[in-house]
Design a binder for this molecule. Structure first.
Ligand code: IVH
Length: 680
């Protein structure tokens, strides 16, 4: 056994050394084939002697463990964010403040701002113990199992140390492209950028999926222990020594002009880097001075981040295409000559609507300046009018729907042209795609392309038709084989159990987004009650405005919609909120385990509603006030129950009993909403 243990130890040591040379030093020691051979040897030994497996073994990166959800981690040292500089003037101001407190010349260090996710890592005795996301800065999520799959992240340090390191988890651009290509093929929604893809991958419940998405990591802060390094540059060198990848492009700068030079450098290499950066982080090098500078409420005073201005390129408009969305809105898109912009090749840019085209005076043939809005969606900023030759063709929007040829309508005061034909195939298709999408019913494998094929084959017209599909029918459709037909039938079947709020969102009621659907489901609890709600009642709910209320009423008045809902109900979809589940979600919220008495007249809710909301949030309703009562919710003209509560409090100030007026009550409900949305 000793012999085996030694063999295993040697293999692990060798693999770790190879990892370090490959990922940190960028100087591979052995070939990939040789590496795989060693790894397999180790896997085989560990399979034979599972009692010898340790969490820091290089074999533990393979993933496969399904986690139920993510636990919470409280950051003993908060994970702060940085304040932003948008101009050189902001940088000079930052420097002036620092100099004032330093009273001396200051040494800075500039680093690339990696566009990924802030990650905190804990090591004990040199072994990776726990890793967490930033969350709200104080509480993050425990993503240890997912982080273990990151090849470049050391599971065991090259020295025995108890440390906490922070850095950025990110997805290299090439990986992002590969993952999206794969998703496109499967008809799954694409990730908008590497950052989103990294976030999605780190929050995967199936760690085998995370392992396939080759995430990476750069360490940028040594949080604990103090005293190992006295400057940021020393800390970076030390972390690299321990085995962390540290971004090599950091540079010491002694003045703002040197910092500006570094920013120019960063801008110039930005496109050539294999990962996304969105700016430069400037830090005071000396830890002693960092401590002296201290913090503001939100961010440290010793560092600032300089965000790049969005990249712009020129291209030529070849034509304008129209698409009809789920709500019938017709959106024009410019087809442009392909150009490389902020990490991707762009060949289309949104024109938003008719007014936008008029305002910018975009004509076919124009040379235009393109930029990515929010770093994601390509958009036309302006036309380079001096380049016009007179051959450019002005564009006007059509008067009929490009898909169904029915007249388009532009409502007064609105910018969108809309196809109002309920049978417009484009709208129907978009509604189907929306229903199956991730935020709604999340039906695995039912992507855009498959849905299009199902419609073409005449198998599906509305969302209820999904639930009547048989495996045999699916097999008739192009691109669907035996296995995917089976999976699809299963996925559709499983979606019947999706919570009411997802179904409500999936119905595609105009203006009702994910959040509003959640609010409605939790307020009314059942479809029946929601359908009976008056406009007034709807508007009485916070976050539901008059327009949304009107749209909801219109939806439920529609005979065809009601018929569709009946069919969905017959197929066994869920039309009520699962109280037990939501109660479990809110186990430690302000009403959990509380006994509450509601008395008097509330302005915003009927008494039944208030009671239902309390119960839904885990509280217990009582009718009489006693020493066991936690809250008395007192509306207008509350009588004897309120008096009893006041008397009890006066006589027994130690009792936890509290009186809530309507405003306090709503504040508590809102607090509850936050607790819920945080967890999801
Ligand atoms: S230092 C006290 N250095 O940018 C904050 N942050 O608001 C310490 N980031 O989300 C942050 N690259 O995750 C630092 N080289 C770098 C960074 C970096 C990316 C991210 C960080 C945070 C944001 C700063």
């Amino acid at each position: 056994m000793k012999e085996i243990q030694k063999q295993i130890d040697d293999l692990r040591e060798k693999l770790r050394e190879c990892d370090y040379h490959y990922h940190v030093l960028d100087r591979p020691l052995i070939s990939d084939v040789e590496y795989d051979r060693l790894l397999h040897e180790l896997v085989a030994l560990e399979e034979q002697y599972p009692q010898l497996i340790t969490p820091d073994s290089p074999t533990q990166r393979i993933g496969g463990e399904a986690v139920e959800g993510f636990g919470k981690v409280t950051h003993q040292i908060p994970m702060l964010s940085l304040s932003n500089a948008f101009s050189e003037a902001d940088l000079y101001e930052f420097d002036a403040r620092v100099q004032q407190i330093a009273g001396d010349h200051v040494q800075y260090v500039c680093e690339l701002k990696i566009d990924g996710l802030a990650t905190s890592l804990l090591y004990e005795g040199g072994v990776f113990i726990r890793g967490a996301t930033r969350g709200d800065g104080v509480t993050g999520e425990d993503i240890t199992q997912n982080l273990r799959t990151i090849r470049v992240l050391p599971l065991r340090l090259r020295e025995v140390q108890d440390i906490m390191v922070r850095g950025e988890s990110y997805l290299p651009r090439a990986e992002f492209a590969r993952i999206n290509a794969e998703r496109a093929q499967k008809g799954e929604p694409l990730f908008a950028n590497p950052r989103n893809a990294a976030a999605g991958s780190l929050r995967q419940l199936n760690t085998a999926v995370t392992a396939q998405r080759k995430l990476a990591f750069f360490a940028y802060a040594l949080v604990q222990p103090e005293g190992i390094a006295t400057t940021q540059t020393q800390a970076l060198a030390q972390m690299e020594q321990w085995g962390f990848p540290v971004n090599p492009h950091y540079r010491k700068c002694a003045s703002i002009s040197e910092i500006i030079e570094y920013i120019r450098f960063a801008e110039s290499v930005r496109k050539t880097l294999p990962y996304d950066i969105d700016g430069v982080v400037i830090k005071v090098d000396s830890f002693a001075l960092q401590t002296k500078l201290g913090m503001t409420a939100k961010s440290p005073r010793f560092a600032i981040s300089y965000k790049f201005t969005a990249e712009q390129v020129e291209s030529r408009v070849r034509g304008i295409e129209l698409s009809v969305g789920r709500t019938g809105a017709v959106t024009p898109t410019a087809v442009i000559e392909p150009v490389f912009l902020a990490g991707t090749t762009v060949s289309r840019a949104t024109l938003h609507n008719e007014d936008f085209i008029q305002e910018k005076d975009v004509r076919i043939g124009d040379l235009v300046v393109v930029q990515k809005a929010g770093d994601i969606i390509p958009e036309i900023i302006r036309v380079v009018k001096v380049e016009r030759t007179g051959t450019e063709a002005p564009y006007s929007m059509p008067t009929v729907c490009p898909v169904c040829q029915m007249p388009l309508v532009r409502a007064e005061g609105k910018v969108a042209l809309r196809c109002v034909n309920p049978k417009c195939p484009a709208k129907q298709l978009e509604a189907l795609i929306h229903f199956a999408s991730r935020g709604a019913m999340n039906i695995d494998g039912l992507g855009e392309m498959i849905i299009e094929s199902l419609v073409k084959a005449g198998l599906v017209q509305d969302v209820a038709d999904f639930y009547a599909l048989s495996k045999e029918q699916l097999l008739q459709v192009d691109r669907i084989g035996e296995k995917s037909a089976m999976n699809l039938v299963q996925a559709i079947d499983a979606s019947r159990r999706q919570p009411f709020e997802r179904l409500l969102f999936g119905l595609g009621i105009r203006l009702v987004g994910e959040k509003a659907a959640q609010t409605l489901a939790r307020h009314f609890l059942t479809l029946d009650r929601l359908m009976k709600a008056s406009g007034e009642e709807l508007e009485g709910i916070s976050d539901i405005g008059p327009k949304m209320a009107e749209s909801i009423l219109t939806y439920f008045r529609d005979e065809q919609k009601r018929a569709l809902l009946d069919r969905l109900q017959d197929y066994g979809l869920r039309f009520d909120t699962d109280l037990v589940a939501s109660r479990a979600l809110i186990g430690d919220g302000p009403f959990a385990g509380k006994t509450v008495v509601v008395t008097g007249t509330l302005a915003e809710f009927s008494r039944q509603q208030a009671q239902a909301m309390i119960e839904e949030r885990g509280g217990k309703i009582a009718n009489t006030v006693s020493r066991k009562t936690s809250y008395v919710v007192a509306g207008e003209s509350a009588g004897s129950k309120l008096a009893k509560a006041e008397e009890l409090i006066r006589a027994n100030p130690e009792l936890p009993l509290k009186i809530l007026n309507e405003r306090d009550f709503i504040a508590l409900l809102d607090l509850q909403q936050e607790v819920i949305s945080d967890r999801e």
